[in-house]
Design a protein around this ligand. Sequence first.
Ligand code: ADP
Ligand code: ZN
Ligand code: ZN
Length: 736
Amino acid sequence: MKYAEIITEIKAREVDKIFCYKVPEDMEEKIREGMRVSVPFGRGNRLTEGYVIGLSDKASTTRTLKEITEIKDEFPVLSKTSIELAKWMREKYYCTLTDCLQCMLPKFTGDRVIKYVHRGESFSDGENISERAGKQVLAVKILKEKSPVRQDILRNNYDIPYSALKSLEKKGIIKITGHEESRDLYNIENSEPKRTHSPTAEQQAVIDEIISDFDRKDKRPFLLKGVTGSGKTLVYTEVIDEAVKRGKQAIVLVPEISLTPQTVQRFISRFGSLVTVTHSKMTDGERFDQWKKARRGQVSVMIGPRSAVFATFENIGVIIIDEEHEHTYKSELTPKYDAREIAVKIQELSGATVVMGSATPAIESFYKAENGEYRLLELNHRINMRLPDIHAVDMRDEMALGNKSMFSVKLQNAIRETLERKKQIILFLNRRGHSTFVSCRKCGYVMTCESCSVSYTYHMKENRLVCHYCGSVKEIPDKCPSCGSGYIKYFGAGTEKITQEVNKLFPEARVLRMDADTTKSKDSHRQILNAFARGEADILVGTQMIAKGLDFPNVVLVGVVAADLSLNSSDYRSAENTFQLLSQVSGRAGRADSIGRVLIQTYMPENYCIEYAVNNDYINFYKEEIEFRRQMKYPPFSHICVVLFSGEDEKAVISSLHHFAEVLDFYGREKDYERIGPGAAVVSKIKDRFRHRIIIKGADEEKLKRYVFYCLDKFQKKEDLKEITVNVTINPTYIP
Ligand code: ADP
Ligand code: ZN
Ligand code: ZN
């Protein structure tokens, strides 16, 4: 007798347990760990989907056991590694096993959808018919009543084989859809794999070091610190090439697929149809298709955003995380996983080599490299051997000189000169919309979204105010709602305003704008970037969307219109974020033959993160920043847990949170934990829900988590929290 340990797909925490089922005799041969099955569940014995996560000859309980009803697929959908990973994630991210499995696996949609179209010859259902034709008659009958129907339903519930449906399609009676291959957005089919460059000596040394790791037993993740334009992508492709030659597969994570079309294209040029790309616009069916291809070994390289880390390859050789400092690697939904942590765990479980690359590694990552937890690799030279020339422009001087334009004289001259040389320019601003906010010049009243407690942003094209939190739209008042004066003024500058000003100053220049407003439609990112790459514009104006990974050889000037916007945020990470952003966007200049020039306009040129960015000095920035973190007990010297309560009744939210604070104090020792708050969140209201939070710092992540969740458990048993939503985040990217 065989027994199976099974997790069901039911999400509730109470059933987040492993259940034991009997394996019927006729399944004993076939059943394997990781398979998807149907099992009767609960009192009503409702058929439920589940996953086999263990098999044994002994039952784990003495109770009478139910039997497995059906094995769903021919092969296990979960590998041993993914089962182990899910168990680890449950503890690490405090969620259910089902949550973990759902984020690892595609929706098993039943891949085909059948539609009744009754074109073509008529289908008579009289006559002496064979059993095969009988199935066709049955299918037509069902589809006439109810169309479309999923193929797996016709197969499982009515025993109609796929061949019968194929015949009906030939006759033009039905149409089988939903099984199209993923749309080939990147024209993968027609790309001829080729190797464009041979590595430089510096690249080769790094490549050799990584490849020699393949056979090593005790692996550690690599941190590849390579200045912008040092050719990190070629390192990745060479390493992957070697892994593929050894019959292994590779996962490549990029911060956001739509923002990095050039990086994706380089992998496709190198590996052709061995590559598959995951992106957010895929349908469930396409995702399922892709998953199957990976599972069956029909592709060897999976490129995608953080979720691609769960690619179920049989034998993962290497996981690459490009621009590892990007906050998009952390999920904000349950399970709140960090793709970097997942990759490191996969390394531990399956021995894959992990390479995290960046020109500006996250402070925490570089700290790990210093401690030996990661192995540091460096590319210190640009391929063209010329780092860009970076200057800060003090905007206070411009004011004093009477220049009220948003461009300093220096930047204006540089733009003019670059246009004359027929080279390209990137103008960068970390804001979208026309002006940052609209306020009254007389009384200072700022137009604010009443539901979200954040200021409205002015959008010039529609000539109205938009809340970037809830999307609500408001007309601009003629009179100040507070004092009634008519002096309403637009403050700050957005990408739209920059574009307008460029058009005024340089009417001959062709300008493209890339921000959240111009990229709403499908594929618009790629179209804008391609147009710029083809030289159809002289100037690209954009938000942080254009800071990452772009490689335009003709860009020789980068202008950062206002560096201070991102500095003013109250978060402990704001210096790091600003430094990274300035370094990344500076890195877009002068990547080919001409030397690049970067002008950073700022009101605080003496700020350390601007100074270090100007000097291209990551190491000293790091030293200063890590000291600040050490003194303030911020990560990596502590872990931060934010517990956020939100609800429509502000009084109830505040009083509940105060009660929770008391519970925290009761169970925690002062020397182990530091509590900040309760206090209002940075954005204290979103969509009419008030937000208050407590921040708890602790030295040990595991202990901190256990403590907070223990207290929450105790608290929730005592207090009725129906009207209040509780949200817990460990080491959030931004403190809410
Ligand atoms: P990074 O990601 O480090 O900023 P990229 O990988 O984009 O740098 O490389 C920068 C530029 O140098 C690209 O245009 C790339 O094609 C080119 N390049 C990379 N390696 C070589 C090489 N060995 N020989 C010639 N050109 C190279
Ligand atoms: Zn709002
Ligand atoms: Zn006013």
